[in-house]
Write a protein that binds this ligand. Structure first.
Ligand SMILES: NC(=O)c1ccc[n+]([C@@H]2O[C@H](COP(=O)([O-])OP(=O)(O)OC[C@H]3O[C@@H](n4cnc5c(N)ncnc54)[C@H](OP(=O)(O)O)[C@@H]3O)[C@@H](O)[C@H]2O)c1
Length: 292
């Protein structure tokens, strides 16, 4: 395993470069059994969110694993519909109690805008960020992060906040490289992490990807993850298959050469994009989150 060094409130800490994604994808839910299997496979970093409904399963699996809590990097995210100071503080407490932990390693603002077309998204975002800063200053979370932030969203936090995000988790994979956002993050010392790092397996029939995979004797998924990591981006692939869980961790024993990196960079931008834009309109069903 390789690691990304993040600057936390109490000093630097190391986050595994490959974490385990826990969003419930169509092929199966991430439940206790899957989370336990991921720990057995070697995952020590879990990407979670209140929206995913996986915090309880992840927390239970970690608590029952016999592996010390401090060996894990555990994250969660406040959802769009819980933004604003008090709603965010309440959402954090609910998340923490579902995990059964007394701190989180990273707490994210999941998306920069709380509602499509909302006029005062900047005010709501700053109130939300203020709540995260309170949690950070109180030692409830080691470091703060954001997800799906473009430069203009990040600029707002950097200008008005007193704690800077250490990580921006965005969609990134061959065919969706987000160059402008990555350049901005690099210039401001913000690490970038890929969600959907395998493009949900949809690049299996891409000729460039399958040719490179055959040349290295690995899978297209491993090529995608290796490309992400060699592009300076850590990854949180999700799998419900023990075999693919292990495969997705096994990306540090081969290296893509510059021609291979270039061939993957040449895959047209927008290929296998999820269609979710931080500033765009969303299907209504994706926005709602029931508060328990
Ligand atoms: N911040 C955000 O807004 C945001 C948004 C979406 C996702 N995320 C996070 O990112 C994580 C990953 O994203 P994702 O789940 O959408 O997509 P992904 O990790 O790119 O792909 C997961 C899909 O690919 C399959 N798969 C896994 N390993 C594979 C391999 N080696 N080769 C081929 N196919 C493979 C899985 O099926 P099997 O289960 O059958 O292996 C699953 O259907 C999520 O779980 C979540 O934690 C964050």
């Amino acid at each position: 395993m390789e690691f990304v060094t993040l600057q936390g409130r109490d000093g630097a800490f190391a986050m595994p470069a490959v974490g385990f994604g826990t969003w419930k994808a169509a092929s199966g839910q991430v439940d206790d059994g899957i989370a336990q299997e991921a720990i057995r496979a070697g995952y020590r970093h879990f990407d979670s969110a209140e929206y995913y409904g996986t915090e309880e399963a992840v927390g239970r699996a970690i608590r029952e694993s016999g592996v010390p809590r401090e060996d894990f990097t555990v994250t969660s995210k406040v959802w769009k519909t819980h933004m604003g100071r008090q709603a965010t503080l309440d959402a954090f407490e609910r998340s923490l109690s579902r995990f059964g932990f007394d701190y989180l390693d990273l707490y994210f603002v999941h998306w920069p805008r709380y509602a499509e077309g909302a006029e005062d998204w900047q005010g709501v975002l700053l109130d939300t960020w203020g709540a995260l800063e309170e949690l950070h200053d109180a030692g409830r979370v080691r470091a703060l992060a954001v997800s799906n932030f473009k430069p203009r969203h990040l600029e707002l936090l950097l200008e008005h906040g007193h704690v800077a995000p250490v990580l921006n988790q965005v969609e990134f994979h061959p065919g969706f490289l987000q160059q402008e956002t990555r350049t901005f993050c690099k210039e401001h010392g913000i690490a970038v992490q890929a969600w959907r790092p395998l493009a949900q397996g949809s690049l299996a029939n891409n000729d460039a990807m399958s040719g490179i995979a055959a040349a290295h004797g690995v899978s297209v998924g491993q090529v995608a993850l290796r490309f992400d990591w060699q592009s300076g981006v850590s990854v949180v692939p999700k799998s419900t298959s023990p075999e693919r869980m292990r495969q997705n961790l096994d990306i540090f024993d081969f290296e893509l050469n510059e021609d291979e990196m270039e061939a993957i960079r040449d895959i047209p931008e927008g290929t296998a994009w999820s269609g979710l834009d931080p500033d765009g309109e969303w299907p209504a069903g994706l926005v709602q989150l029931k508060v328990d």
